[in-house]
Ligand binder design. Structure first.
Ligand code: SAM
Length: 383
């Protein structure tokens, strides 16, 4: 058999058969089963956003155009077309991929609403506008962000799998790609998400567009962002106000963020007087919109999905995560205090009872966000 059949959501596609298993990165056409939950969330998030466009702008469902700019087998865009009913353009630079996409379109009876194109995504994105633009390239999206920002009229979805450059593990590469200095410390995953959002905000601002992150999530393997596009120079200016810098003290862990174009002149930590490290520019605004997350969870519940429970848990955690930039790691404090880590929920409850904001985060099981200072955090851990 040349192909294997894969079923995700309500969409059934063919992918190349590589010795009876699913294709690896070097296959003629790429398919990664590990991204299924990301695609499940994408279907639900797109469905919610489309409903919003229909209600607020009076659009007809089939007239809303979605571009899956890096389609490979077509799985992302085909799922959107089949499971939300909007029109989708599926593009890939590889002719073999486009041939397979065409087969997968027919296989799903989507010939009326889905079309395949074989082009360099940057050329297509600069030529045509799409209501929703989804970019999911190999590794970094940075060479495509300018064109994606120019093309997207209502929603821009970006996946980045270059977590090492984004998070500061490959520092120079990250600086080259995102024009930002990241910090590779305990909250490096959130750093990556905020570096990417900052970069998207700057790219869209050039076109007098602002962004509102509706949902953003990070794992060890990738970062995914759904940014609503807001039109006009005023919105772009407001967006830019969310970009700023972080000063972090490696000695005591204290943090200070400043938005706008201000820089930190004082490099000393005001808490322990050691030298601080500066990161930025990064996005310091909200990572999600709570009503949007609620609607996505309801949609995930309604749809037949293989990764439903994991997807719901992730979006609920994103929704409940405090609107504060940069999480703490409970284990790091416990190591310093030489104690074993107590259960995280009762510990966060103690912080809340003392009048502070304190929530878990989606970044890891041991992470939390709070506005309590480090000495209070330590005191509550020791109580
Ligand atoms: N979205 C797919 C999915 O969910 O399975 C995976 C896409 S894969 C990570 C990236 C795809 O982008 C590859 O199929 C590759 O051929 C294609 N590609 C690479 N450079 C491109 C470019 N400049 N324009 C369009 N497609 C490109």
């Amino acid at each position: 058999e040349r192909f294997l059949q894969v079923l995700e959501g309500q969409t059934d596609i063919l992918v190349p058969n590589e010795n009876n298993s699913i294709p690896t990165a070097s296959a003629s056409v790429f398919y990664n089963p590990e991204m299924e939950m990301n695609r499940d969330i994408n279907v639900a998030a797109t469905s919610v956003f489309v409903q919003k466009l229909i209600e607020r702008k009076g659009f007809e469902r089939e007239n809303i155009r979605y571009l899956d700019a890096f389609s490979a087998s077509g799985i992302r865009g085909l799922r959107v077309s089949k499971e939300t009913g909007i029109s989708v353009v599926l593009n890939d630079i590889k002719p073999e991929a486009v041939e397979l996409i065409r087969q997968n379109i027919s296989r799903n009876d989507l010939d009326r609403t889905a079309a395949a194109i074989c082009e360099n995504a940057n050329i297509l994105l600069h030529r045509e506008k799409f209501a929703i633009v989804d970019i999911d390239p190999f590794g970094t999206p940075s060479p495509f962000l300018d064109a994606a920002a120019a093309s997207a009229t209502f929603l821009l979805g970006v996946t980045a799998t270059d977590t090492a450059p984004l998070c500061g593990a490959h520092l120079k590469s990250g600086v080259r790609k995102y024009s930002s200095v990241p910090l590779n410390n305990e909250f490096h995953s959130e750093m990556g998400l905020r570096v990417l959002l900052g970069s998207i905000a700057r790219e869209t601002a050039k076109y007098d567009k602002g962004i509102r992150p509706l949902l953003s999530h990070a794992t060890r393997h990738y970062v995914r962002v759904y940014a609503e596009i807001l039109h006009g120079a005023k919105n772009a200016d407001k967006t830019v106000e969310h970009i700023g810098f972080l000063a972090w003290c490696p000695a005591c862990g204290s943090r200070e963020t400043k938005t706008g174009l201000s820089v930190f002149l004082d490099e000393k930590c005001p808490n322990c007087f050691k030298n601080r490290k500066i990161a930025g520019p990064v996005w310091l605004g909200p990572l999600r919109e709570t009503e949007f997350c609620d609607a996505v969870v309801a949609e995930l519940d309604r749809l037949p999905l293989n990764k439903k429970e994991a997807a719901k848990k992730l979006v609920v955690t994103c929704k409940n995560e405090a609107d504060l930039a940069f999480f703490y790691d409970q284990h790091l404090f416990c190591e310093e205090l030489k104690i074993s880590a107590p259960p995280i929920d009762p510990f966060l409850e103690k912080l809340r009872a003392a009048g502070f904001i304190a929530t878990r985060t989606h970044f890891s099981g041991t992470s939390f966000k709070t506005d309590a200072p480090a000495d209070v955090i330590k005191k509550k851990l020791l109580e």
